[in-house]
Design a protein around this ligand. Sequence first.
Ligand SMILES: Cc1ncc(COP(=O)(O)O)c(C=O)c1O
Length: 403
Amino acid sequence: MRSFTNRQLFQKFLAPTSDSPLALEIVKAKGIYLYDKEGKSYIDLISGIAVSNVGHRNKKIISAIKKQLDLYMHLMVYGEYIQSPQVLLAQALVNSTKIPSLNQVYFTNSGTEAVEGAMKLAKRYTGRTNFISCINAYHGSTQGALSLAGDENFKNSFRPLLPNITHIHYGCEEDLVHINNKTAAIIIEIIGGESGVRKASKSYFKSLRKRCDETGTLLIIDEIQTGFGRTGTFWAYEEMEIVPDVLLTAKGMGGGMPIGAFIANKNLMKSLSFDPVLGHITTFGGHPVNCAASLATLNYIIDENLMEKVPSKSQLFKDLLIHPMIKEVRAAGLMIAVEFENFEIIQKIIANCLKSGLITDWFLFCNNSLRIAPPLIITKKEIKIACKIILQAINEVEKEIKS
Ligand SMILES: Cc1ncc(COP(=O)(O)O)c(C=O)c1O
């Protein structure tokens, strides 16, 4: 007989990341819904944090995974054997960029590892050690990626971290002077994710590209949260009409499986293969099952034209989320932040939504805004239901404050 419930095992054996985890016990997922063991359904309005772009347990992804499972799983560390899922995905990713200079792919297990690989690539290729990132940006949790994080409180307990990193204000053209001929790379998102869906202008990105060219600095675009259709184009940089030197992807890339990549020109990539040889290696990066899932995800987004309806779905959220307590709605496709007065209000709204079967969240470096990032397959009918639940949750908080 089992002596512990899963909840007890969770509390006893799983290392915590906070003292207040959601601790939902989910037994099944399908489409935009998660189901707990009592059979209660939840609308996943955050896609497991911008991952399930094609919905949970998408049939096409499951079938690609099963097909690959019947052939082989791990064979050898990354970069040695020719594996069909890897090479086909690499080709599809390169084609998806529509940029001839982005022509080789290095596979990783996660977004953070894509960031780490890109940082090493920039150091090795430029021979420089300085990096620039943005205030309130998040690029991952390992020590290199964490050094880039633009929030001092988040880093203080883990110092010393990497030296020679300057943080600039996102979207501020004057700050671009900090990029100079000692800078190996600037790493930046097209839409600030954990800063709460922040947008910079096309002219800012044009100036940024120009400054990088003038100083020989690599432009690393982090599309770990924005890529794979999330903002309405396959890659968010398409809207800015700029050419990245290195493109980072993960999260939605795997259709629910763990995979990431950095994509760059083969001349840059070559520098990781000598002096020293095997200068950047990974055992599981580009796992064949995850590559098969990712290729099916990429094809599904393109074949089903999931991006086409992203703007009208985004607009529907904006049209429906109107309430005196809402201060602002910031949206980049289906990456949406709904701003309120403070964190206490957000927490109450999230709790009320959860009771009514809807999952939302806040942002790492923006805790007065509600995170909305549903699977791209969400229908307009489902958006109306979700917004009704959110508005109800806000009304309850308003009533509580007024009483
Ligand atoms: C923009 C961005 N970069 C990097 C990462 C790190 O990715 P991962 O959690 O897959 O390591 C994240 C994760 O939230 C992210 O949002």
